[in-house]
Design a protein around this ligand. Sequence first.
Ligand code: SF4
Length: 686
Amino acid sequence: MEIKYVSTTCPYCGTGCGFNLVVRDGKVFDVAHWQRAPVNGGKLCPKGRYAHEFINSPDRLTKPLIKKDGGFVEATWDEAYDLIAEKFGSYNPDEIACLSSARTSNEENYLMQKFARVVLKTPHVDHCARLCHASTVAGLAAVFGSGAMTNSIKDIAESKCVFVLGSNTFEQHPLIGRSIIRAKEAGGKVIVADPRYTPTAKQADLYMPFISGTDVAILNGLMQEIIKNGREDKEFIEKRTKDFEKLKEVVMKDDYSLENVSKVSGTPVEGLRTAAEWIATADVATLIYSMGITQHTVGVDNVKSTANLMMLTGNLGKPGSGVNPLRGQNNVQGACDMGALPNVYSGYQKVTDEAAQKKMKEMWGVEEIAEGKVGYTVTEMVNVLAESPGKLKAMYIMGENPMLSDPDLGHVEEGLRNLEFLVVQDIFLTETAELADVVLPAACYAEKDGTQTNTERRVQRWKKAQDPPGEAKEDWKILCELGSRMGYPEQFAFESPEAVFDEVAAVTPSYHGMSYGRLDPDGLHWPCPTEEHPGTPILHRETFAMPDGLGVFSPIEWKPPAEVPDAEYPFVLTTGRTIWQWHTGTMTRRSWSLEKEAPIGWIEINPEDAKALGIKDEEVVRASTRRGSVEIPARVTPEIIKGVMFIPFHYKEHPANRLTHNALDPVAKIPEFKACAVRVEKITEE
Ligand code: SF4
């Protein structure tokens, strides 16, 4: 019996923890701590600890499937490829769309956008960053010139004031939570603002409950208080920024006095005053946010407002400071970096820039690629499918499950059913794969080499520990075989993920200096422009990545969510996750150690609201919005602010996204998962 240990990177959240997969006789059977792992030093949260359990699930897809007479039949790879090539070849480029995946490697995301642009010649390629941090990419790029976490995870421990807004860090990025605890142990203050009294909030020195959707009002109120007390960092503002006077004109309005902000947000004046004082007077402060900030119709405004606060207080470009969005999926940062987005090639080179188009055509050795227009986002694809049937006719979805992850599931299903031809490539037969015409069985993270980029822009290796089950193949290999079969053998003649990465490095300025050899064992933070460059854990030290080097203040007025409570739907619904499950549950719900901890969904209701509705703890209630209804057990708890209700979105039996609203941020096109109007009622016997 041979046992070996293969060090790799966790497939769940964007923290990017490293661990060892333990392999016996060619099969992974456990996870073991990897003490020198660069991000987590051997520590793991429950999801990482049990990240081996789904790998050899009997539910894994092992053969290509083709739908015939409403059911799936097993097929050979040749049959599946032939059908896909014939069908995709029969549509105009503008009629096909591709979804890439933040669960797959950088190399695979790079290949998917190359496949879309070179082979299909469609501009319509996107991935699930649209649902979580599209507003970060757009918002931070507009104010700093770079749409990513400004500092490193380790760096948070050096902060003297950590302001966590819209992030349940201890449950969703637990190993980043460790850095917050370290900051606290070193005497730093921790402020948490959240509608729920989460495990993160419980660690705070100051907890600020607030009504979902009032972030800009709170941030403007804090800035007014700081300016009123003369605590803004005048030197930083003068030397490093522009448009401060425009910001001041808005935030000094009476609307943003602490009293008025308190009325709008439900958070007490005293908490707001203390937060303003702590942030402004700390030697160094950092702001951490996640999807509580981004998943709104004002997601970009929210992101820009967080940047306003940190520029106002001079908290950028130094250890312990920064604006730090915590990316959700393991490789959502990398999928964006690789250009699996409708508006940019890898390294955020704009598709509308003729010089970038020329560069890509030369690198890819083709005369023609998707014309240089911005394609549809995920959310626009669904809207086009549902509302303009026939405009999009075929889709290729790799490793995504919109039938559970996207807002307003009725609308999503209507859209996907309007497709003439759907290909889904995944490791399990997901709710989305069930609607497909062809299903391609893919390898999981433990079955392939590759790289992923974590939330702090650190590019790290995945290493193969076992073979895929049955005839399943690595996503990069499937894309190469399909690309070759569809007429581009030279463009997809890669023998290994390393060869793909070398092309990524050649064509992507922020990855120019990277190679597999340099990534072992600690990875490298981008930008890493040359082979000698050590990587960049802290951005914006001297200047911002703008043409004039200055950060841009953005005057922003608070706007309410697209749908606010009324007499018919009197509460605010917000959604999120639990530490035990991951997104649509395809992996965690097949991991016994995790599933047994949180096997069913629930709706959190404040005791005062529950009393008024006559609802008891654990009673099954009906939650309804204008999109649909879900019957779900109530969890009556004071740990949620009155007037707001919460449902985790992992459970197909209690699908939160049947209720959510697909109203979009006008710039980032991210949906408003975090606030819509809901009615909750007792279920009475007929
Ligand atoms: Fe994996 Fe994130 Fe947990 Fe680390 S914190 S073990 S990356 S799920």
